[in-house]
Design a protein around this ligand. Structure first.
Ligand SMILES: [Zn+2]
Length: 76
């Protein structure tokens, strides 16, 4: 008899886990924007040539740098 209760309990746990997975999966789908956001423009560091997002780059005299150090090095 206790085996039957255990089986019912395991079935309930499995059901709840499955329900949780499917619910979070459908929520992810619903939260996804209808269109992918515009990919950010990539720029190359004028000193070392590494590519990085434009918003993370540092600008000086119209040239882009990956870090303060490279901007300083390009200056001297
Ligand atoms: Zn650089």
């Amino acid at each position: 008899m206790s085996k039957l209760i255990l089986l019912l309990f395991l079935g309930l746990v499995a059901y709840l886990v499955f329900k949780g997975i499917t619910r979070s999966a459908s929520r992810r789908r619903a939260d996804a924007p209808p269109r992918a956001p515009e990919p950010e423009r990539m720029v190359a560091c004028a000193h070392c040539g590494v590519h990085l997002p434009e918003s993370e780059s540092l600008e000086r005299n119209g040239r882009r740098y990956c870090s303060e150090e490279h901007r300083r090095l390009a200056d001297s």
